[in-house]
Design a protein around this ligand. Sequence first.
Ligand SMILES: Cc1cc2nc3c(=O)[nH]c(=O)nc-3n(C[C@H](O)[C@H](O)[C@H](O)COP(=O)(O)OP(=O)(O)OC[C@H]3O[C@@H](n4cnc5c(N)ncnc54)[C@H](O)[C@@H]3O)c2cc1C
Length: 448
Amino acid sequence: MTTSSRPIVIVGGGFAGTTLARRLERRLPAGHEVVLISEESYTTFNPMLAEVVGAAVFPEHVVAPIRQMLRTSRFVMGRVVDVDWQRRVVVAGTLAGRREIEFAHLVFAFGSRANLELVPGLAEHALPLKLIGDAMFIRNRVLQRVARIELERDEAVRRRLGHFVVIGGGFSGVEVAGQLADFLRSVRRWYPRVGARELRVSVLEGADRLLLEMPEPLGQVALASLRQRGIDVRLRARAARIDADGVVLDSGEAIEGATVVCTIGTKPNPLVAQLGLELQRGRIVTRGDLSLPGRPGAWAIGDCALVRNGAASDATTPGAYAPPTAQFAVAEANQLADNIVAHLGGRPTRAFAHTSKGMMATTGHLKGVAQLLGVGLTGLPAWLLWRAYYLLQMPTLGRKLRIWVEWTWAMCFAADITHLRFTRTHEADADGAAAASAPAGIAARIPS
Ligand SMILES: Cc1cc2nc3c(=O)[nH]c(=O)nc-3n(C[C@H](O)[C@H](O)[C@H](O)COP(=O)(O)OP(=O)(O)OC[C@H]3O[C@@H](n4cnc5c(N)ncnc54)[C@H](O)[C@@H]3O)c2cc1C
């Protein structure tokens, strides 16, 4: 294969990678192929993970199958583990074993990972929220906790089981706390032996206000919305340690809670260490046009890339680094598609510049805050805007319609409290035997 007949290879099928592939499909001249490699078969709409935690939407509603998003591009499900820059091949682990894929252009869009080392005890005792599996796990854990409270006699154990602590008061922390509070309130009627006061949600935020990403007035609205529903929001409260009993703050205060959800901190994807690229803060350093210094034909976008924004955006000045958000990942992908097409046509590329059109966050079921084109919205209008935006992002008309019908349905009826166990036939008897041999009585500690 000569270099010119090699494909444009994209690593990562998240917001950045899929947007880039779709735009390239529409803009590339004939004769160019796009190959998208991603470790999962779907792309996850991360901003909606909190709604999965609160059972406001089904998990299937926040993912979209990559193959259905693409028209002409080739999709390879696999994890890229290395790049041979000399031979210009990407090395990926796939279902069929190790595969090498040649490239003419290579785009890194593989995002970041949750950082479980940020606070001592976080990895062992807290539940991160980064992947769809995390969201489903937390939802199940919440239902398990409520079911367990019903069976406990010890008041102290019941109190600890019923306290859900969310670390982080940014977008995801506010959204998870709001969703959890609404979810707990709506499920309680099926657990008559659990009192309303036994279920509590707290948010711990190190700064002096919520939603630092948004203008202060919207942070205040979010704070009022959470507190109105009985959520204990602690500002200037930094977690110093997490253990099986809860969170210890840096002030020394211990907050008892059996379920700690962590929404803070990301770390670089381990792949960056393999690539031999210039890094800053664990992100791939890019030039203004999103290309990589010293690596012809290589580019990076999204959360894994450190990108300067040529435009002023919200609180940031021109030339500041683009924030790691879905909106910027999509804007960078659109700009890069144009730059790759320009490069292939021998035309000059353009530096990345994007002015944020707005920001949105939900603060619970049917509640939200948004700022769009400088206009602030709160409550139901903000929530509807949020839902409409993500519905429009879903691929295929059939999927959009199905999700719209199911969302509308869910707005009128109670949340689903099924706690699905993934027990298979050959494990069922072992599960029963374990339950029968479990010691009776009350455990002082709560196993996670
Ligand atoms: C809970 C949560 C809530 C959020 N809320 C908001 C919000 O409200 N608004 C907002 O703008 N942003 C929000 N974000 C941030 C937003 O989701 C990210 O900025 C965005 O997803 C970045 O897009 P990306 O394509 O760079 O990375 P991702 O979307 O993370 O995609 C990376 C992709 O690369 C794949 N991948 C990783 N490693 C490899 C490998 N070695 N080989 C192959 N494939 C690989 C992954 O499987 C994934 O599909 C939120 C994030 C989280 C976790």
